[in-house]
Design a binder for this molecule. Structure first.
Ligand code: NCD
Length: 311
C-alpha cells in the first residue's frame, strides 16, 4: 500500500500558510477570477469527493462549482451525518481510507475539532478541511484574506473588529492565525453573549506583534476601522451558555450602526447570517459579504489546481 501523503499535500489549518505561500495562491486566484478560460479542462478525468457531515451552502457548492469549472467530476454525500456510514459508527479514518479509493481529492466538513488531523492520518490523496468543529475553517480564512487584500491592497497596521461569536466561530479562529502573517495588526473584539475569543488566540496576537482590545459596544470602536468581521452565534455548538436576547442583539449591525464608521470600513461575514446584519445595509458599498462569498469559488479553484499539481 502507498504511504500516507505529507501534511503539505493537504489543507487542514491556516497555520500552513506564510506570506510567500499566500502571495502565490492569491495571484493564481486573481488570474482565475479575471478569466477562467484557460483553466477549464485542467482537472479533466479527476474525481473530487465532498463529504459534508454538517450543513453547508456556500462552502460545499463553491467547492463543487470550482471542481466542475475545472473539468473534474464529483462524488458527494450532502448530508453525510445522516446518509453516510458515519451514522453506523464508522470512524473518520475508515471513511477516508475507503473514499480515497474512489476519488483523487477529498473535501470534508465535520463537527469534530480534530476531524482533519484524523482524516490525514492515512490519506493517500490530498485532503481539504471544509471546517472542523469550532477549531478551523482554513479555506474560509483564505478567501476572507483574499477579499481583504482585494479591497485594501495592503495589510499594514490593519484595524479589524471581530464581532459576534468569537468563542465557537471557527472562521474567526482560522482568520486570526492567518492574518498574523502580517505585521502590526490591530484587533478589536466585540463578543456577543460573553462568547469571548479564547486566550490562546489573544496570546498569539500579542506574541506576533499585534494589538488586542475588547469592547462592549459599537461606540467604543474607532471610526477609521478597516474591516468589521461579523459572525452569527454558533447556537449548534453552545455548551450550556445562557444569555439574554439583549446580549446577542447588542452586536447586531445595521445602517444606523454603520453611520458611525467611515466610507472605507468594509463589512465581512462568512455567512449564513441570522439577524446580525440587517438587510437594510446590503446595498451599501461597504457591504462586501456576497462579494466575499463569490471570491470563495475562485480561491477554491486555485486550491484544487495547486493540490492536484496542475499549476
Ligand atoms: C461558516 C462555517 O460553517 O463555519 N460558514 C461558512 O462556511 N461560510 C460560518 C457559520 O456557519 O456561521
Amino acid at each position: 500500500m502507498k504511504k500516507p501523503l505529507p501534511l503539505s499535500a493537504h489543507i487542514i489549518s491556516s497555520e500552513q500558510y506564510d506570506a510567500k505561500k499566500l502571495k502565490r495562491l492569491f495571484l493564481l486566484t486573481k488570474r482565475i477570477k479575471e478569466s477562467d478560460k484557460k483553466y477549464r479542462q485542467l482537472l479533466k478525468g479527476k474525481i473530487v469527493a465532498t463529504l459534508f457531515f454538517e450543513p453547508s451552502t456556500r462552502t460545499r457548492l463553491s467547492f463543487e462549482a470550482a471542481a466542475l469549472r475545472l473539468g473534474a467530476n464529483l462524488i458527494s454525500t450532502e448530508n453525510a451525518a445522516a446518509n453516510s456510514s458515519g451514522i453506523k459508527g464508522e470512524t473518520i479514518e475508515d471513511t477516508i481510507a475507503t473514499v480515497q479509493n474512489y476519488a483523487d481529492l477529498i473535501i470534508m466538513r465535520h463537527s469534530d475539532d480534530e476531524a482533519a488531523e484524523k482524516a490525514i492520518r492515512l490519506a493517500r490523496v490530498p485532503f481539504i478541511s471544509a471546517g472542523s468543529g469550532k477549531k478551523e475553517h482554513p479555506t474560509q480564512a483564505l478567501l476572507d484574506l483574499f477579499t481583504i487584500l482585494d479591497k485594501k491592497e495592503h495589510l499594514d497596521k490593519l484595524k479589524i473588529a471581530l464581532v459576534g461569536d468569537l468563542k465557537y466561530g471557527r472562521t474567526i479562529h482560522s482568520l486570526v492565525k492567518l492574518i498574523l502573517n502580517f505585521k502590526g495588526i490591530n484587533f478589536y473584539a466585540f463578543p456577543a453573549c460573553k462568547l469571548n475569543l479564547p486566550k490562546e488566540y489573544i496570546t498569539e496576537i500579542k506574541k506576533r506583534g499585534g494589538t488586542y482590545q475588547e469592547v462592549t459596544s459599537w461606540k467604543e470602536l474607532p471610526r477609521n476601522l478597516d474591516f468589521i468581521y461579523q459572525t452569527r452565534v454558533q447556537k449548534e455548538r453552545l455548551c450550556g451558555e445562557i444569555f439574554t436576547q439583549e446580549e446577542e442583539t447588542k452586536c447586531y449591525l445595521n445602517k444606523k450602526v454603520m453611520a458611525q464608521f467611515g466610507q472605507d470600513t468594509f463589512v465581512l461575514h462568512p455567512l449564513p447570517r441570522n439577524g446580525e446584519i440587517s438587510s437594510d445595509f446590503d446595498q451599501d458599498k461597504r457591504a462586501i459579504y456576497f462579494e466575499q462569498a463569490a471570491n470563495g469559488m475562485y480561491l477554491r479553484m486555485a486550491l484544487l489546481l495547486q493540490l492536484l499539481g496542475k499549476i
